[in-house]
Ligand binder design. Structure first.
Ligand SMILES: [Zn+2]
Length: 509
């Protein structure tokens, strides 16, 4: 991922030349946005940051405060959701550490993300009580699609220096397959545009600006953008919605649909979205969008937040600093298939003593450095504490699972114990051409195989619904412990398996 340093987009700008003696621009409102913090309370360096540390809540607070001050205008602070899940320091406190940090950063509102449900609705409600800001979502209802749970406020009104901003929340419709289903049983996550329109009249009537704060996002590649939030935006118009702050895809996005700017600020404190609504002299209103990279070396991190992170860090240190193994090379997540994914799939298969291992790519949350890796490093890769289960499935169901994993633009899972030859040019669902097991035999549609997966996947998560009906046994381990156990048995330093297992026809190996 590349972060544009200062991505400047002026929308609704007429081509007229400014008249002499025009009034100076004045910023009516600045919206400062983050997304998908995922418990990243400490700074981190990224493959794109050239070794420089980015984010961390102590730097983020100073960065955000600076943006508010620099503007000298009314400003609000929004977060597009998925705040808590993802690091030992946050997860060991069931998200409390993240909420305390975001309280200090001074959020005005947050969207409810899918991973906010990871520790049950009751835990989420406890964290909502800890938060000094409201969590909003307009599309959560009971499963009949009518009544709203009382904890899911659709929108909130933020008032700043006489400017009123209605912030309407949204939660990804994929939530039932992107958190464990038991966490959201009895809930439905309805169409975003319909849900927003339900609230628009009242929100618009109460406010000068309407911002949709969505835990639903987009992906832009070489100028072309796609993603669920753009479909939502197409159902809205710029007369009623001034801005969409997006999230969930962990991408940096700045685009516009139907005249509505759509901005997404990456993840894990790696980016900050800055949206200015400007009265530009005689030219009328402009919207100026920019995405900042909050480099730590550009600010003096906030001492109180540094202390807060250190306090929570100490509580987990004895566990997280424990060395688990040594990696010969850094393990990145690049391309459709990579060593880290194969290593995880091997760990599941070996530790569960199964025929086949499978790991959904959405479950591989970060990369690993070369050298000594600690429990904390590995925790960040698989933070969900899913149970590792063994599912007994017919060969045909295993094949269906592989078809599902290969249905998109790039593979969505890593496998162990088999190799797959497939043709990505064929229609989804009919791509798998050959499956060979490790003993050299072809997959037998009628035979029964044991498949090692996280219970999240066995429950139909990430779209693996075909696995749900089949009998399973619990290995007694969570996925992370399987990885740790497996690293312990490998020769050190560990080389992740290098040979591809998913062979695409018509593509260079
Ligand atoms: Zn999400």
């Amino acid at each position: 991922m590349h972060l544009p340093l200062a991505l400047l987009v002026a929308l609704q700008t007429p081509a007229a030349t400014p008249k002499s003696g025009r009034q100076p621009d004045s910023t009516l409102l600045r919206v400062i946005a983050i997304a998908d913090l995922h418990g990243a309370l400490a700074p981190r360096s990224w493959p794109w940051s050239n070794g420089r540390a980015v984010g961390g809540v102590a730097a983020l607070k100073v960065w955000v405060d600076g943006l508010a001050r620099e503007c000298g205008c009314p400003s609000i602070r929004l977060d597009a959701g998925d705040e808590m899940q993802g690091t030992a320091i946050s997860n060991f406190s069931y998200g409390r550490a993240s909420i305390e940090a975001l309280n200090a950063i001074g959020l005005d509102a947050a969207a409810i993300g899918n991973h906010e449900f990871d520790w049950s609705v009751d835990t989420l409600r406890a964290r909502m009580k800890d938060a000094h800001y409201p969590f909003v979502s307009a599309n959560i209802t009971d499963s009949t699609g009518t009544a709203r749970p009382e904890w899911a406020e659709p929108w909130t009104l933020v008032q700043r220096n006489g400017v009123k901003v209605a912030v309407i929340g949204l939660t990804t419709t994929s939530t039932p397959t992107t958190t464990a289903p038991r966490n959201v049983s009895g809930l439905a996550f309805g169409d975003g545009a319909i849900a927003i329109k339900r609230e628009l009249r009242r929100a618009r009537g109460a406010a000068d600006f309407v911002v949709v704060l969505a835990h639903e996002g987009a992906i832009c590649d070489s100028g072309a953008c796609h993603g669920a939030i753009l479909a939502v935006a197409r159902g809205l118009d710029s007369a009623s919605v001034d801005l969409i702050v997006a999230g969930h895809t962990h991408r940096v996005v700045s685009t516009a649909v139907n005249g509505i700017p759509v901005v997404e600020a990456g993840s894990s404190g790696g980016a900050v979205g800055v949206v200015d609504f400007v009265r530009a002299g005689s030219r009328g209103r402009e919207v100026r969008v920019r995405i900042d990279t909050p480099y730590v070396d550009r600010v003096t991190p906030d001492p109180a937040l540094t202390a807060l992170v250190a306090r929570f860090q100490r509580a987990v240190d004895s566990v997280t600093s424990r060395p688990v193994g040594v990696l010969r090379y850094a393990l990145r997540r690049e391309g459709g298939e990579y060593g880290l994914g194969r290593l995880l799939a091997d760990a599941y298969r070996n530790i569960a003593r199964a025929d086949v291992g499978l790991v959904n790519n959405g479950g591989i949350r970060t990369e690993l450095p070369a050298g000594v890796v600690t429990y904390g490093d590995l925790f960040a890769v698989t933070p969900f504490q899913n149970r590792l289960v063994r599912v007994a499935v017919p060969g045909q169901v295993l094949r269906d699972a592989l078809e599902h994993a290969l249905a998109g633009d790039r593979p969505d899972a890593h496998v162990s114990g088999l190799e797959v030859w497939y043709d990505p040019r064929r229609p989804a669902g009919r791509r798998v051409q050959k499956v060979k097991l490790q003993d050299g035999r072809d997959l037998d549609a009628g035979a029964t195989y044991t498949l090692a997966v996280a219970d999240f996947v066995a429950d139909g998560g990430s779209g693996f619904a075909m696995l749900k009906p089949w009998p399973r046994t619990d290995t007694g381990l969570v996925d992370l412990d399987a990885l740790i156990d497996y690293l312990h048995v490998l020769h050190q330093p560990v080389d992740a398996p290098a040979e591809p297992r998913l062979h695409a026809a018509g593509r260079a190996p």
